[in-house]
Each structure stands twice: as structure tokens, then as C-alpha cells.
Design a protein around this ligand. Structure first.
Ligand code: HEM
Length: 501
């Protein structure tokens, strides 16, 4: 068959010549483009000029080459708060205000809560029907999400036990930092290990010493550091450009989780469910609803929790220290509050938070200014949906630009400055703002929000209870605005000195 085609094309080239063939191909592509963009049922919002085949990938590559969450902000000034962007054959809408995100993710949740599981890299990770909680759609996703939230609660989010584990981990982190004796060090890796230990306790029932990096964490970190192909990864062209090594790392990660499952099976007791792996074994044995509770779905929930629960919270803490050394006055005020409410004799607990408004305001300001998931998770339309008067067809990717909302001067005055006071009323109470959406909104809202808040509060207060963080002498202060923007946003590597209080 291939030979026949080659022969036909060779003859065609020989008869009519290469220039004619190229003109013919250009006319064909142009007609396809005009046909596709003149679909009368679709009125796309404004956006950059789309070219045949590649869409507006060239402009994206140019404007987005610094890979900062601020890169595309000027586009909103040109095209408006809702933008249409074509990535190869894939249409995508970017929503740049709270009101638009609310219209899409809350008011139209029935048709804007899917994940685009057909996109090459997602399909390669979870299969074309999606899986787990982060990449499943429809009724099965709702059921698996309900199951995940209630299991997380059972494993201690609502109970005292997990809080105690976080307190213990915060103490280990303090001991580890103490070993530096006030000398300059990079806090990034050990913060990653401390946070990773919490999700490891929930999922695998184990924590790891800071001296050994668990294999799973190093695989996760290596894959996070790898270039993901940027906007190209949303197109079918990704099958040619997506780094194959990334999938090899994912397969390695899956096999490490399978080894854990095997180890758990040896000591499994259905009357004593210790962690998510035990739950996985139980659920797949019980065959609750064999259509939904498949081995693959429950396995992927484990992976989802591990992936979504590590880098996000670790980056929040990494950014917290960046802002503390850049704003010693804020650090001091948090420490005064710690001294007043907690003192030096015990470790922080969640009940303290209500009496520590300045500390709460500081954490809110870190989450706002250093939006750790700048574009949220990719949503997709499961049916044609009207947004801001535009008819968006089924199968369109919808991104909520959380970074823009959290840096919109209509929502937050002087948005690019770190000002915890903005969160405090005159009487010292913490202001609640519905525009504060670092965890997104609607039915897909982050399901680890409670755990992330508990970790951020206990880790940060324990660190500042024990140390004052400073910029090492002779070094520049770390950059508080720019960082590495992959799916999550992390600060560039930096050093601090931790001076014992
Ligand atoms: C500061 C820390 C965190 C931030 C800022 C954050 C933010 C987010 C955001 C923006 C989304 C996408 C929501 C959407 O698609 O509209 C998300 C989803 C998710 N997060 Fe988090 N997250 C954090 C910590 C965690 C933790 C600790 C866990 C694990 C327990 C977790 C588990 C998940 C899961 C499983 C999803 C997918 C939910 C679904 O698709 O139904 N996250 N998170």
C-alpha cells in the first residue's frame, strides 16, 4: 500500500512539478482553514491570528518564551478578558477574570467540568477514557472524587492523627535545618522531602529520612524539571515532539507504586486499613462497582494524590521563605504572634490559627502573590456552552487564568507587592474575598485544600518559631516575582541562613 502511494506521488511530482504541488497543498490547507473557521454555529471570542495547521503556536512560542505566568497578560489588553487561542488543531479558551471563571466553572459546571482526556499527553498517561480523580470525567469522576474526599477524611484530615504527623514532620525539618548551624543553605530539597513525607504517610503509610531521597520523589522531581513541550503538548503534533523520556519516568513511577502495592499485600488486614494502598487492595477485592472502582482508577487516585499533593504545597512553603527574607518586618510580626499565642514550649496546632490573624494573612498573601498553579487544571466542554455570549463548541479546552485574577488590580490593590495587611480589617479580623481562588472554584476545586492549608500553617509557624531566616551575607535576595513555571510555579533556587531564635 505504501509503495503504491509512493509511486503515485513520484509520478505526480514528475508530471506537474514541485511548485504546482506546493501551490495545490497551500490552497487545500487555506480552504480547510476557511471552512473550519467559518462554521456558522461557532463564534469564537477574539484572539491572535490562527494559521493553518499550527494555529497560533508561533505567537505563543514568541510571547511565552520567558515562561513566566505574566507572559500572556498583554494579550488580554489586545483581545479582551476572554480569548480564543488555537493550538494546532485544538481550540482553547482562556478566561482572565473571576467573573468569567465563575460563569464557566460554577454556573456552567454541568458542561465545563471535564478534562481534555483526548489530548496526546493526557491520553498517554491515563488512557483515552481518563482515570483516577484528576483525569476522569462524568458520573465516574463524581463517584471517585466523593470516594477520595471521604477516604482522605478517614485517614486523618478531619482527625487528630494527621495533624500530629505534620507536627512531627515539622520538628524533623527544624532538626535538619539546625544542623546547618546558621550557615547558608538551599532549603528547597528538604522542604520537598518534608511535604512529600506527609502525602507518603497518607498514601503509603511511610515517611523517609531526609538523607535518602525516596525513588518516587526523585522520579517525580526529574519529570517536573523536564521540558514538557509547553503549549505544543496540547496538540497532536506532541506525538512527535513530546520528550519520550518523560513517559519512561511515568512508567518507572507506576512500577514503583506497584512495588508498594505488592509489599502491602503481604501484611494486608481488611479490618485495619492503614493507608490509601490498603484501601486500593480492599476496594479492588470488594468490587464495589466494577465499572467505576477498577484497579486502574483506584491506582490512578494514588498517583493523583501523590503528584498533586507534593509540589504544590512544597512550592507554597518555598515561596513563603522567599517572602520572609525579603520582608523581615513581616517575618518579625509573624514571630511576635507566634510568641504571644504559641510560645516556645509546644508546636503549632490548627486551633491556634483563629487567634493568629497576621500569620493567616501572610499565608494568604503568599498563596495570592506566588500563585503556585497559575493556570489551574485544564477543563474542557462536554457540550456546546455559551460563555460571555460566545458559543463554545464541545471539545474545547477551557483554562481559568488564576494568576491574572489574583493579580487583577480590580480585585487586589497594588497587586504585585507583598502586603499581608491587605487581608486584615481595622479590627484585626481576616478579610474573606471570593476573588481569592488559588485552589480554583466549582466542582473541580482542589480536593487537597484542607490538607494544604494545614501543612502550610503548621510548617511555616514551626519554622518561624525556631528560626529567623536571612539572606546570606554577600548574596542577592531571592527573586520574589519570577520563577520556574511548569504546571506549578516554583521560585528559582536560592540560599538562606536560618538563625536559631
Ligand atoms: C497550596 C497547595 C495547593 C494548591 C494551590 C492547589 C491547587 C489546585 C488547583 C488550582 C487545582 C485545579 C482545579 C481545577 O481544575 O479547576 C487542583 C486540583 C487538584 N488538587 Fe490541588 N492544590 C494544592 C494542594 C493539593 C494537595 C495537598 C492535594 C492532595 C491531597 C491536592 C490534590 C488535588 C487533586 C486530586 C486535584 C484534582 C481534582 C479534580 O480533578 O477533581 N492538591 N489543585
Amino acid at each position: 500500500m505504501t509503495n503504491v502511494l509512493v509511486q503515485i506521488f513520484s509520478k505526480l511530482f514528475a508530471t506537474i512539478g514541485l511548485p504546482t504541488v506546493m501551490i495545490f497543498a497551500a490552497v487545500l490547507l487555506l480552504s480547510l482553514w476557511i471552512l473550519s473557521s467559518s462554521n456558522p454555529r461557532v463564534n469564537w471570542p477574539p484572539g491572535p491570528l490562527c494559521f493553518p495547521v499550527v494555529g497560533c503556536l508561533p505567537q505563543l512560542m514568541i510571547s511565552g518564551k520567558r515562561r513566566q505566568p505574566t507572559d500572556l497578560l498583554p494579550w488580554y489588553d489586545t483581545y479582551g478578558d476572554i480569548m480564543h487561542i488555537q493550538l494546532g488543531e485544538q481550540h482553547m479558551i482562556m478566561l482572565g477574570t473571576y467573573e468569567l471563571i465563575e460563569e464557566a466553572f460554577v454556573k456552567n459546571a454541568a458542561t465545563v467540568s471535564d478534562r481534555p482526556t483526548w489530548v496526546y499527553f493526557i491520553r498517554r498517561l491515563v488512557g483515552k477514557d481518563g482515570a483516577g480523580v484528576a483525569f476522569k470525567n462524568g458520573h465516574a469522576w463524581k463517584e471517585l472524587r466523593r470516594f477520595t474526599v471521604s477516604s482522605l477524611r478517614d485517614f486523618g484530615l478531619g482527625r487528630k492523627s494527621l495533624q500530629e504527623k505534620i507536627q512531627d514532620e515539622a520538628r524533623y525539618l527544624v532538626q535538619n535545618i539546625e544542623d546547618e548551624n546558621g550557615k547558608a543553605f538551599s532549603p528547597s530539597a528538604r522542604i520537598g522531602k518534608a511535604v512529600n513525607n506527609i502525602i507518603s504517610i497518607v498514601v503509603f503509610g511511610a515517611r523517609y529520612d531526609y538523607d535518602d531521597t525516596p525513588k518516587m520523589l526523585s522520579v517525580l522531581e526529574e519529570s517536573m524539571r523536564m521540558n514538557k513541550g509547553g503549549p505544543l503538548s496540547f496538540t497532536n503534533l506532541a506525538r512527535f515532539f513530546f520528550p519520550k523520556k518523560k513517559f519512561a519516568l511515568v512508567d518507572k513511577f507506576y512500577s514503583l507504586v506497584r512495588q508498594e502495592v505488592k509489599r502491602h499485600r503481604q501484611s494486608f488486614d481488611p479490618t485495619d486499613i492503614r493507608d490509601f494502598i490498603d484501601l486500593y487492595i480492599k476496594v479492588t477485592q470488594d468490587r464495589l462497582d466494577p465499572e467505576i472502582y477498577t484497579e486502574w482508577n483506584v491506582f490512578r487516585i494514588i498517583v493523583d494524590l501523590y503528584l498533586a499533593g507534593t509540589d504544590t504545597t512544597a512550592n507554597t512553603l518555598r515561596w513563603s521563605l522567599v517572602h520572609m527574607v525579603n520582608h523581615p518586618d513581616v517575618q518579625k510580626r509573624v514571630q511576635q504572634e507566634i510568641d504571644r499565642v504559641i510560645g516556645q514550649g509546644r508546636v503549632a496546632k490548627m486551633e491556634d490559627k483563629a487567634r493568629m490573624p497576621f500569620t493567616e494573612a501572610t499565608i494568604l498573601e503568599v498563596l495570592r502573590l506566588s500563585t503556585v498553579v497559575p493556570m489551574g487544571g485544564p477543563h474542557a466542554t462536554s457540550e456546546a456552552t455559551t460563555l460571555a455570549g460566545y458559543t463554545i463548541p464541545k471539545g474545547t479546552i477551557i483554562l481559568g487564568d488564576l494568576y491574572r485574577v489574583l493579580h487583577d488590580k480590580n480585585n487586589f490593590e497594588d497587586p504585585y507587592n507583598f502586603k499581608p495587611e491587605r487581608w486584615l480589617e481595622d479590627d484585626g479580623k481576616v478579610i474573606k474575598s471570593d476573588k481569592m481562588i488559588p485552589f480554583s472554584i466549582g466542582p473541580r476545586v482542589c480536593l487537597g485544600k484542607g490538607l494544604a492549608e494545614m501543612e502550610s500553617f503548621i510548617f511555616l509557624t514551626t519554622l518561624l518559631q525556631n528560626f529567623t531566616f536571612k539572606v546570606p551575607e554577600g548574596e542577592n535576595p531571592p527573586n520574589g516575582m519570577e520563577g520556574l513555571n511548569a504546571i506549578t510555579f516554583s521560585p528559582h533556587n536560592y540560599n538562606v541562613c536560618a538563625v536559631r531564635r
